[in-house]
Design a protein around this ligand. Sequence first.
Ligand code: AMP
Length: 546
Amino acid sequence: MLGLMQDWPLLCHRVIDHAAIQHGRREIVSRSVEGPLHRTTYAEARQRALKVAQRLEREGIRLGDRVATLAWNTWRHFETWYGITGLGAVYHTVNPRLFPEQIAYIINHAEDRLLFLDLTFIPLMEKLQPQLPTIRRYVVLTDAAHMPETSLRNAVPYEDWISEVDGDFRWVPLDENAAAGMCYTSGTTGNPKGVVYSHRSNVLHSMMAVAPDAFDLSVRDTIMPVVPFFHANGWSIVFSAPMAGARLVLPGPKLDGVSVYELLEGERVTMTAGVPTVWLTLLSHMEANGLKLSTLRRVLIGGSACPRAMIEKFEEQYGVQVAHAWGMTEMNPIGSICAVKPDYAAADRETLFDVKAKQGSAPFTVEMKIVDDDGKELPWDGKTFGRLMVRGACVARAYFKGEGGDILDKDGFFDTGDVATIDPYGAMQITDRSKDVIKSGGEWISSIDLENLAVGHPKVAEAAVIGVKHPKWGERPLLVVVLKKDQSATKDEILGFMQGKIAKWWVPDDVVFVDEIPHTATGKIQKTTLREQFKNYTFPSVAAAG
Ligand code: AMP
C-alpha cells in the first residue's frame, strides 16, 4: 500500500522559490570582485536566476549539460547555481587554487559547455582556453563598464548576457535524483575524480545542515560562508541559508583577516564557516589589534582538524561557540558535527574541550563505522583506530564516468580514506588520513593529535607532523613548525611542552623550524610535498648512532 501524500520532488529551485516567497526581502550582501559592497535580496536573486536559466537555454544548454563556474562567493555566483539547476543543467565548481593542468583536466573531463568566471581569472583562462575545446562561451561575472578586452571565446559580461532575456521562464520539471552539481576531489593521489550531487542529496543535506546541532541556522541569523562555493559544494550554504531564510553575507575575493573581520562586524554576522587557516589569520589580526567580536555567536570549522587551542580561544576569549565538523567532497559535504551531548552535563572544562575537539557525531542521513584492514568492524570505545566508512542519503555511490570503479563495500559503505576512533557516545575523532598515519614499531601514531598539541604552544603558528624512516621503529614522527611572527623557540622548549600530554613514545624525535608549510588547493597541509621535502632527512639520534 502506498502513502497518499503528494509527490513533491526535492529540487534545488524549490529552495530559492521558498526563500523568495517567505524571506523575499532578506538581504544577500556581497563584497564584489570590482570592490564595493553590493546588496540584493532573495526575491531579486530568484528573478535573476530565472533569467540565467532562460538565457542558458537560449545558449543551447540542455538537461544534464555541465556548466562550470570559476568564481568567488558573490551574489552573481549564487544566482548561477540556481539558474543552472533550474534548467536541469549541472553546476561544476572549479577550484582556482588547483594547478592549471588540473583545471584543464577537470573541465575537459566534465565536458563543460560554458564557463562563468570572475574578472580575477581572465588571464588564467586566456592561457588555458586553447586546451578547452568543449567550452563554447565564457561569461564574465561583471557588467559592461568593468569588462576588459579579452581573447576568451564569445566572451560577454554577465549583466549584458542576462539582460537579453525577460525572466519569463518556468523551472524545468525534474526527477529529484537528477544531477544538480559537480565537484572534483582534490586529487592528492592520481587525477581528481568527479562527484555528482543530486537535487535530492542537496536538499536533504541542507535540511540536515540547518538543524540546531548542525549549523543552527534560523531566519534571525546572518551567515557568512568564508568557505568558498568551490570547496566541497560550498558546505551546502548556497541552499541551507535561503532554506532557513538567513541573511547571507558573501566575502568575495578578500579572505584575509582584515577583510573578514570588517564584514563580520560591519554586517553583524552571527554565524560563519571556514577552514582553520582562515581563522588563524582572523585570530592573529584580532589579537594584534585588540579587537572583539560583537555579534558572532557560532563558527563552523572543518576541512581539516580544528586545533583544540583554537576552540578554546574562540570560546573563552571571544565568546563564540565552535562547531567542529568533518566532511568531504564525496558527501555533499558534512559527515559529522560536534555537538556536546547531555551525557557531558557534569563534565569539567578539560573534558569538555577534549570532546569539542572531536569531529563529532553523524547527523541523520549519515551512517558510520570503523573497520580494520580486513573490513571487520571495530568497537566504539574512543580508543581503537580504524578506517572510517560512511553510508547515507548524501554519500557518493560512484564517481563521474565510473572512475575508480566500484567504490563501496558489500554493505554499501564508502571508504573515506580517513582513520578515526568513535567513542561510546558516538563522537568520531579523525586521527589521520590513512596514508599519513605514522606507523612506529607496529603501532599507529596520530599526526593530527601531535599537530593539535604543538599549535597549543603559545609561540607556534602552525605545525605539521610526518613519519620519517627509522631503522629500529620503521617510522618516527618529525614535527615541522612555523613560529608566530617575531618569535623564537628551541626544539626542547616545544618538545618539553608536549611531554606529559601524550604517551611518551608519541613525542616527536625531532623538531624542524620552517618559514612556511605547504598547503593544498583546499587549505589542507600538503603532506606529500612535506614528505618529499624531508625525504633525505635523518634524525640526529640516528645520524649519531651511525
Ligand atoms: P575534501 O574532499 O577536500 O573536503 O577533503 C576531505 C578530507 O578532509 C577528509 O577526508 C579529511 O581527511 C579532511 N577533513 C575534513 N574535515 C576535517 C576535520 N574536521 N578534521 C580532520 N580532517 C578533516
